[in-house]
Design a protein around this ligand. Sequence first.
Ligand code: ADE
Length: 250
Amino acid sequence: MMQIDVLTLFPEMFNGVLGESILKRAQEKKLVRIKVRDLRDWTHDKRRTVDDKPFGGGPGMVIKPEPIFEACDGLRKKKTQVLLVTPQGRPWTQPLAQELARQKRLLLICGRYEGFDERVRSLADMEISIGDYVLTGGEIPAMVIIDSVVRLVPGVLGEKDSLAFESFSAHLLEYPHYTRPRRYRGMEVPEVLLSGDHDKIMQWRRQQARQRTMERRRDLWEKYLTAPAADEHNARQTKRSARRNAKIKG
Ligand code: ADE
């Protein structure tokens, strides 16, 4: 079973996200064990101090090295990947999520305030940012990372959710989805989806995914064009998905 440890100053923040839906079920099914740890448990003074003023002066506080080093000493096993969650890290992407979903153990360390004492960086196997914007701490990014990794762990999603067909893996956005009713507030479901012609449906979805990507995400579209293997892969997956959908169509 995959084990994920999180080191944070605000463990309560994780309760909602880890206690509902797919992440909750993944833990119940023993596909992943997630332990959220309070950094203050590794302090030794009465006030459980985790931060201090920066050397050299300046505003804000800096997270002290000792509690993080000691927590790491205790939590890190041989196969643990230590991940530092900060705005200065490597940008979080689906391929990176896939890479981490294959690991045995992850330890995510969440920053706060002005950041960590620089020496904490020596502990990390990887530093991750979830995007070019600044949050008040690493907790929400850690939740983003956990969510996107755990859903890739085999068995977490039902077999109907084809992971392989995911658009970001193939550099394409998803095609549009519809369910009943056929007509809602004057808006019709595209005729082709009602046709029962699975090859035609597949072609339509593929064309929609491509058009959408081209219009909305030029950057992904360029990548898609320069990865010809992905095109073939995507075509195969679309076919599979169309067949599956045909079975569950009511
Ligand atoms: N901490 C604050 N902002 C962050 C971000 N965008 N990614 C990761 N950690 C952060």
